[in-house]
Design a protein around this ligand. Structure first.
Ligand code: AMP
Ligand code: MN
Ligand code: MN
Ligand code: MN
Length: 277
């Protein structure tokens, strides 16, 4: 029997462009057999995704990607197989929404100071679950022709250290992992090489993450290459962590990041899906 898996992707309830239905339909076209929808800080897309996944007989795992803080770094933790009705998780999601709203006001103010007014109206209009992300601000800057491309919005204004960047205190890593774990789910460190941590910081992080109850890291992501896979696999093996694979798909049109288009997990790494067998 064929098996094709993607355990990290987004719909328009956070910062993707496709509805949960369209994400699942695309996954079916990509011949994916097992998928997790992992929107940023919300489970609002899961009910819709479940209906369409049942129709197409594709295995859907309830997922989320939580924004967390660890030593002033923003780290993303993917929760797989979560129980979305678990109250502390939903309360945590409310906290994250407040953090996002406060940050959004500040980003909008910084942009207004540059003469780019009206961001708040547009970004909220374009959210489905009130989850405002920097992607929405990037779209605002493109729509207003303040930048030529989506990427330019990040490179000039929104990326860390740029003029409209606002640092946030997200949820402490340990708390986020505990919500996932206590809801019956499995916590995975998302795109571990994107945080630009030095080797000793990274080891420190993995020790803390495991101690909190984290069980895996993404070894293969949409942007992986043989080098990054080797590095991530090295750490997974060294710290006895499961390996996950997830594209981090947000929208069609980027051939390098497509649903289900992922390299294989190295043979020596324990696949996270073995946990769910
Ligand atoms: P937020 O969680 O609101 O800070 O938004 C982060 C989202 O913006 C990520 O999930 C990505 O989808 C996107 N993003 C972050 N940094 C960049 C970047 N440098 N270039 C393009 N997209 C980015
Ligand atoms: Mn995103
Ligand atoms: Mn992420
Ligand atoms: Mn993501």
């Amino acid at each position: 029997m064929s098996f094709k898996i993607d355990l990290h992707c987004h719909s328009l309830v956070s910062d993707g462009t496709l509805s949960p239905t369209q994400v699942i339909e695309r996954a079916v076209r990509q011949q994916i057999t097992d998928i997790a929808l992992t929107d940023h800080d919300t489970t609002a897309g899961l009910a819709e995704a479940e209906i369409i996944a049942n129709k197409h007989k594709i295995n859907l795992m309830s997922g989320i990607e939580l924004s967390t803080s660890w030593h002033d770094k923003c780290l993303h933790v993917v929760g797989l197989n979560i129980d979305q009705s678990y109250l502390p998780l939903q309360e945590g999601i409310k906290e994250l929404k407040d953090i996002r709203n406060n940050r959004a006001e500040k980003i909008a103010q910084k942009l207004a100071n540059k003469g780019f007014k009206g961001a708040m109206d547009l970004v909220y209009k374009n959210t489905k679950d009130g989850i405002v992300t920097r992607t929405h601000f990037a779209d605002f800057l493109v729509a207003g022709r303040h930048v030529n491309t989506f990427q330019e919005a990040f490179d000039k204004y929104l990326a860390a250290g740029k003029s409209a960047f606002v640092a946030s205190q997200w949820i402490p890593l340990v708390r986020a992992v505990s919500w996932i774990k206590d809801s019956g789910g499995v916590a995975i460190l998302a795109h571990p090489l994107r945080y630009k941590l030095k080797a000793n910081q990274f080891k420190h992080l993995l020790i803390d993450f495991k101690e909190a109850g984290g069980v895996g890291i993404e070894v293969v992501t949409g942007n992986s290459n043989p080098d990054t896979i080797r590095t991530a696999a090295y750490y997974a093996a060294k710290f006895d962590l499961y390996g996950s694979v997830g594209s981090d798909f947000h929208k069609p049109g980027n051939p390098r990041v497509e649903l289900g288009c992922l390299a294989a997990l190295p043979n020596n790494i324990k696949p996270v899906w073995d946990i769910f067998k």
